[in-house]
Design a protein around this ligand. Structure first.
Ligand SMILES: Nc1ncnc2c1ncn2[C@@H]1O[C@H](COP(=O)(O)OP(=O)(O)OP(=O)(O)O)[C@@H](O)[C@H]1O
Length: 372
């Protein structure tokens, strides 16, 4: 019997380009190789963007069912009224709008694999119906009477904590055991950071010739330390973004940080980490502050969460702040700065501040700010 340590990527799995040589990824390829030839139900868990659908399609592609269809269904994205007909099909006239007979996804995947993504979001009443089908492999179309036998392999996936859902009676325990005959858990990308350079190289290689670029070794080190809240999808998108902004260049760590900041600036933890990184002693250099703040404001001046990035590190002096006074001070400073930047043209300054012209004039009168 093959052991995990002796396992080398099976060529059939390599063909599906499941990239990664970390111990976790090797183990996942091993599990895929073992389960693919069977018809066992597989439940894939792991955070969003960690590759659950890719693993599901790898299992299908490596299985004897590979000549059949791989049909993905996002159970969380289909309105609950339509889910039953989507899965099991319907007969003509079964409900308003059912103008003809339609096959459901189970029938389409007959002889192949049905991938039930976001199974944790499936409504409770549908869970009962699904369980029944999994038990006897027989479906009945909505509005129909005929029992139709299907030979469909089920692979499901969720990013939710399914045990927690079971505890809270949001997910049926009996269905869980049906679906999770063979569970596979995908770790987050941060937990297999060894794979980051390989994945980055893989996505770079797939770029069109005129958009290729490379990361400096500092950048790659930075990317390996980064926490990747959006997992592999976030890395793929970063490569795409970088190739648009810096084609044919060697991309340094500052540029990489900015590119990540474009995507994560609404996430306080990441933002803080980014700001602190510019100074190892955790004191922030004022030049760096300004350049980042400029970028953030330039990107989307109306975006409240991005504006908040300006205050990511606001300390509380002593044990209290006089908030009203601080806010007044801040308003005065911004109004003065905006007037200076706009050469004292009030309507331009108002635009810079995202205010109506009359509101700015009211504030200037209130704070006795004149055009210098
Ligand atoms: N090991 C891998 N090698 C290469 N590309 C990968 C790998 N894992 C994931 N990807 C790529 O990352 C992206 C996200 O993967 P996928 O859609 O499979 O994630 P997911 O966990 O199903 O996400 P969600 O929970 O949001 O549905 C896809 O573009 C996929 O091709």
């Amino acid at each position: 019997m093959a052991s995990i340590s002796s396992f080398r990527s099976a060529s059939v799995v390599e063909n599906t380009a499941l990239i990664g040589e970390s111990p976790a990824m090797r183990e996942i390829r091993y599990l895929i190789q073992q389960v693919a030839p069977t018809s066992a139900s597989v439940l894939i868990t792991g955070p969003s963007g960690s590759g659950k659908e890719m693993v599901a399609s790898s299992i299908h592609a490596s299985s004897p069912r590979s000549q059949g269809r791989f049909i993905p269904v996002n159970c969380g994205a289909i309105p609950r009224d339509l889910l039953e007909s989507e899965l099991f099909g319907h007969e003509k006239g079964a409900f308003t709008g059912a103008v003809g007979q339609t096959c459901g996804r189970f029938e389409e995947a007959d002889g192949g694999t049905l991938f039930l993504d976001e199974i944790g979001d499936m409504p409770f009443d549908m869970q009962v119906k699904l369980l029944r089908v999994l038990e006897d492999n027989i479906i009945t179309r909505v509005g129909g009477r005929q029992s139709i036998h299907v030979d469909t392999r089920i692979i499901s996936a969720t990013h939710r904590d399914i045990h927690n859902a079971i505890e809270h009676k949001a997910f049926r325990e009996d269905l869980f055991y049906r679906l999770a005959v063979f569970p596979i858990h995908l770790p987050s990308l941060a937990d297999r950071s060894d794979d980051v350079p390989l994945l980055a190289e893989y996505f770079c290689d797939r770029l069109p010739e005129n958009r290729k670029f490379c990361f400096s070794s500092d950048s790659l080190h930075y990317l390996s330390q980064y926490s990747w809240p959006g997992n592999i999808r976030e890395l793929r998108n970063l490569i795409e973004r970088t190739s648009i902004l810096y084609p044919d260049q060697k991309v340094g760590v500052e540029q990489t940080q900015k590119l990540l900041n474009l995507a994560v600036s609404s996430q306080p933890a990441e933002r803080d980490a980014l700001w602190n990184l510019s100074s190892p002693s955790s004191e922030i250099s004022s030049d760096r502050d300004l350049s980042l703040a400029d970028d953030i404001l330039e990107d989307d001046p109306d975006n409240e969460s991005e504006n908040l990035a300006l205050f990511a590190d606001f300390p509380i002096p002593g044990d209290a702040v006089k908030l009203k006074e601080l806010v007044t001070e801040l308003e005065c400073r911004y109004i003065t700065a905006a007037l200076n930047s706009a050469n004292n043209i009030v309507s331009d300054a108002a635009r810079l501040l995202g205010l109506h012209r009359t509101t700015l004039i009211e504030k200037m009168n209130k704070y006795k700010i004149s055009r210098s």
